[in-house]
Design a protein around this ligand. Structure first.
Ligand code: C2E
Ligand code: CA
Ligand code: CA
Ligand code: CA
Length: 281
């Protein structure tokens, strides 16, 4: 067996081998990190684009590694998804978001709904609705305070199943939104069947507005089309990744009133966002 291993080893290029090792180490470290409570949440406001008032916020995971510091999700969510660790990570995020709502409620902080990301693997996990309900029951918070974001591509992976699962979640009282919209080729007939209350326009379309490319770019046309779609279907539209006043102006002019982006606020810790909630901003 030892010989076999060595022979197999030869087939890996040094680079591929190093990458696999890194991935393996990261997976082990993440597994341990999750057990040790190293996952923390930041909250990014979604604001009324004209008044700046916080309407809701998205919970975004960060890994507070003891040596490497704060690791962004781009460096561990893909690994969590490919190794199945996401099925441990997801409930940790949901539990923390629920507990945060509970803490704020107890302290009299005016709360707004928190949106939690659900990855494709979680969405199609057996008994998802019951798992979520168990967590909710433990923290006794109103489902109206929680929203789930599902990417368009996750919903499209198995659309019939997605319609069933999302309808169950909707029946529980949760708000649902389609994340990264415009990147996953959802057909309009499916969009109509998904019980969503909001569509989040993917950041990539916004980046084409407000630079040299201005309001005549292809991105601008797509943003306009999605806003029109939203008003026809009676679905709220949230613009993601708004960074400039030009983008903000464009959205106001075309009837999109809710946005999330660095122009308004970065993702903030619970401590940082609390005074903003208290001030009713
Ligand atoms: P996402 O769900 O599309 O989240 C929005 C991302 O855009 C966040 O990146 C946010 O910090 C970033 N962002 C917000 N405003 C701006 C802006 O104005 N400009 C730019 N350039 N970026 C902006 P983040 O926090 O690094 O998260 C990346 C992705 O990781 C998320 O994309 C989501 O797919 C995933 N993720 C994060 N937390 C979780 C989680 O708890 N569960 C799951 N399943 N996925 C998560
Ligand atoms: Ca999201
Ligand atoms: Ca997004
Ligand atoms: Ca994204």
């Amino acid at each position: 067996a030892k010989g076999d291993g060595r022979r197999l080893y030869r087939f890996f290029t040094p680079v591929l081998n190093r990458r696999l090792l890194e991935q393996f180490h990261l997976e082990q470290a993440l597994r341990i990190g999750l057990e040790r409570g190293e996952l923390v949440l930041q909250y990014q406001p979604r604001v009324d684009i004209t008044t700046g008032k916080i309407l809701s916020m998205e919970a975004l995971a960060r890994w507070r590694h003891p040596e490497r510091g704060l690791i962004p999700p781009s460096q561990f969510i893909p690994i969590a998804e490919s190794t199945g660790l996401i099925l441990d990570l997801g409930p940790i995020v949901l539990r923390e978001a629920c507990q945060q709502i509970q803490r704020w409620k107890a302290e009299g902080v005016p709360i707004v709904p928190i949106a939690v990301n659900l990855s494709a693997n979680e969405l199609y996990q057996e008994d998802l609705t019951h798992r979520i309900q168990d967590i909710m029951a433990a923290s006794q918070i109103d489902p109206a305070h929680l929203e789930f974001e599902i990417t368009e591509s996750a919903a499209m992976r198995s659309i019939e199943q997605a319609v069933t699962i999302l309808s169950q979640l909707r029946a529980c009282g949760f708000t649902l939104s389609i994340d990264d919209f415009g990147t996953g080729y959802a057909s309009l007939s499916y969009l109509n069947r998904l019980p969503m209350q909001a569509i989040k326009i993917d950041r990539s379309f916004l980046t084409e507005i407000g630079g040299e490319l201005n309001g005549h770019s292809q991105g601008a046309a797509i943003v306009k089309a999605i806003i029109g779609l939203g008003s026809n279907l009676g679905i709220h539209i949230i613009a993601e990744g708004v960074e400039t006043q030009v983008q903000r102006r464009f959205l106001i002019d075309h009837g999109c009133n809710v946005a999330q982006g660095y122009l308004f606020a970065w993702p903030l810790t619970a401590e940082e966002i609390e005074p903003l909630l208290r001030a009713g901003r």
